[in-house]
Design a binder for this molecule. Structure first.
Ligand code: FAD
Length: 264
């Protein structure tokens, strides 16, 4: 790991100022993705700006028909929050299935969203629920946020402050997890929302995506049998030692049906 300057600002304004003033600077949240990246020397930031002091970014609350979760809320806080469990139980369950206890106690919603790992769980929730990512300068619809492999619409120095989740009628998330890390080999979130049925898939391709063929089929009939016979093309799907692209395409169908059956 290369040397860097470490900063621990007390305000959001200072944190943003520190990163914006330095081309090579990065925010540090839970460190569960960034520190492995640094150890592997896949990134060599000049400065790390810790968000740890910014307690106001940990808030979780329901506001009308939206669930608002601060960017610094840890996966464990989201999993255990009574507000999340009441408003969107599928989201509480998703957070509880991330990694292990150590990862859940350090890793944050904002860090996961900004990192945009193609096998991460939260991106499926953001896209599946039609969430809005709120930053220090704008609000970005999840449909416009995830732009590619580890790539998002965020600009340098743009801080994710919270995510607003519209509360769905019902939803479920099912993943086929990597045996060690628990990242999704394939994860599918199905949500019946005020705007219609949404289906989001993570782990299968280079970035999270919506499966419109499934959405259309489930709009007519919200039952697992509605997905019978709808082929999922493995084109551009990930292929690695854990699963081929074709196996992932098969898993998309299996996980989607399980999610529909589990809708609550
Ligand atoms: C062993 C292991 C198993 C894991 N298993 C899973 C799993 O099953 N499912 C899953 O989804 N994830 C998994 N993860 C990843 C984990 O969820 C991370 O917590 C998450 O990806 C990053 O969150 P973080 O808070 O640790 O971010 P960090 O590592 O601190 O930062 C990640 C990136 O986001 C940027 N960043 C952080 N916060 C903000 C912000 N508020 N605004 C803008 N940019 C920001 C940083 O600059 C950095 O580029 C696993 C990680 C490990 C180590």
């Amino acid at each position: 790991m290369k040397d860097f300057e470490f900063h621990r600002p007390a305000t959001i304004k200072d944190a943003i100022g520190l990163v914006n003033g330095r081309e090579g600077a990065k925010f540090l949240a839970g460190g569960q993705s960034l520190l492995p990246v640094l150890k592997l020397e896949l990134a060599e930031p000049s400065d790390l700006v810790s968000l740890a002091q910014l307690k106001e970014l940990r808030e979780i609350r329901v506001d009308g028909n939206k669930l608002l979760i601060g960017a610094l809320a840890t996966h464990d806080q989201v999993h255990r929050s009574p507000d999340v469990q009441r408003a969107i139980p599928a989201l509480a369950a998703l957070a509880g299935g991330i990694g292990d206890a150590q990862v859940r106690n350090r890793g944050t919603l904002g860090g996961s969203v900004a990192h945009a790992d193609p096998a991460a769980d939260y991106p499926a929730a953001l896209l599946g629920f039609g969430a809005t990512i709120v930053t220090d300068r704008r609000a970005i619809a999840a449909d416009d946020f995830f732009t590619g492999l580890f790539a998002t619409a965020l600009e340098h120095g743009e801080l994710v402050t919270s995510v607003a989740f519209p509360i769905p009628v019902r939803a479920a998330y099912m993943k086929f997890a990597h045996r060690a890390s628990k990242y999704a080999l394939v994860g599918v979130l199905v949500a019946e929302t005020a705007a219609g049925v949404r289906v989001a898939v993570t782990g299968a391709g280079p970035k999270v995506f919506r499966l419109t063929a499934y959405e259309q089929a489930l709009t007519g009939k919200l039952a697992a049998s509605a997905l019978d016979g709808i082929a999922v093309a493995a084109t551009d799907f990930n292929s690695d030692a854990e699963a081929s692209a074709e196996y992932r395409a098969h898993l998309v169908g299996v996980m989607a049906k399980r999610a529909v059956q589990a809708l609550a």
